[in-house]
Design a protein around this ligand. Structure first.
Ligand SMILES: [Zn+2]
Length: 289
């Protein structure tokens, strides 16, 4: 068995996995005190939790999935938790447990899980987009994976300021964070929970204001997506991250727009669109591959 860990910007999930099956999962949402000393607290939390799991199960490796640039298991730049910059969880945990540890970018882990066991299994080439706070992207060709920065492709000249410093990046329009922000700004909803926002959108789907928000999101999303299709000519495009919880609200509209408007070169060769099988567990499962 293996331990898969997903270190997110607001919570951590640790699971014992056997292939694609989650045997046991423990999740923790950081509170303010925890976040104030996140580096020290995360290391302690990991050591405590892994120690309990290694007593119960025979663990052959530990895989960690997190957002950011990673080189040789070291987290170089964390977009969500800058206090973690420079940390090497693999060295820290290996010296504690003597179990091999690998650390990879969350979008790569999620793509590997979906390719091995999930929605990409029957395809030989394509793109997987992990859409949540930002947009992570990975191209795959058979079992070769290439991380991309499609999230920072400019879709509006002089547009929204992005966390990367550029203006008009795809993720400032196409991420779930961007959609939530429109809902909050236009409808005056202060609650930031995805569950609450999705419930509101579903209940008020006929309202002109809700339609306006969704149409604007779909317009911008298709602008970025059509560029990705023309650049990569994929057989399949998979969607993961919290986007997968909005399938009923967004996917048909996105397909219709791509079919009805001239947004990319070969409309007769539209890729297949699939939704991630593992949703937010994909990173954790893929971290063990
Ligand atoms: Zn950017």
């Amino acid at each position: 068995m293996r331990i898969g860990i997903d270190i997110g910007g607001s919570h951590i999930a640790i699971a014992v996995v056997d292939g694609e099956t989650i045997i046991e999962k423990i999740e923790y949402v950081y509170d303010v005190e925890f976040k104030n000393q996140i580096r020290k607290n995360l290391v302690q939390y990991l050591k405590n939790t892994i120690s309990i799991m290694t007593k119960k199960y025979s663990i052959e490796m530990i895989g960690i999935s997190l957002a950011g640039q990673i080189k040789k298991n070291t987290l170089i730049i964390s977009p969500n938790l800058p206090e973690l910059n420079g940390i090497n969880f693999a060295d820290i945990l290996y010296s504690e447990f003597s179990i091999p540890v690998s650390v990879n970018t969350d979008s790569l882990c999620a793509t590997k899980a979906e390719k091995e066991y999930g929605c990409l299994k029957s395809f030989s080439n394509g793109v997987f987009l992990v859409i949540g706070t930002g947009i992570g992207a990975v191209n795959f060709h058979d079992n070769n994976f290439f991380i991309n920065e499609y999230g920072h492709m400019v879709v509006h000249r002089n547009g929204n300021l992005c966390r990367c410093g550029k203006k008009g990046c795809f993720e400032t329009y196409g991420s779930m964070k961007a959609l939530k922000k429109s809902v909050q700004d236009i409808l005056g909803i202060s609650n930031n929970s995805g569950k609450v926002i999705r419930a509101y959108l579903r209940e008020n789907i006929e309202s002109p204001k809700v339609q306006q928000i969704i149409d604007k999101y779909v317009d911008d999303f298709c602008m970025g997506l059509s560029n990705i299709i023309d650049i990569t000519l994929p057989e399949v495009i998979g969607f993961g991250g919290s986007f997968s919880y909005y399938e009923d609200i967004l996917l048909d509209k996105i397909k219709q727009k791509l079919e009805n408007e001239t947004l990319f070169i070969d409309k007769n060769d539209m890729p297949v669109f699939v939704m991630g099988k593992f949703k937010n567990d994909a990173g954790m499962i893929g971290a063990t591959l």
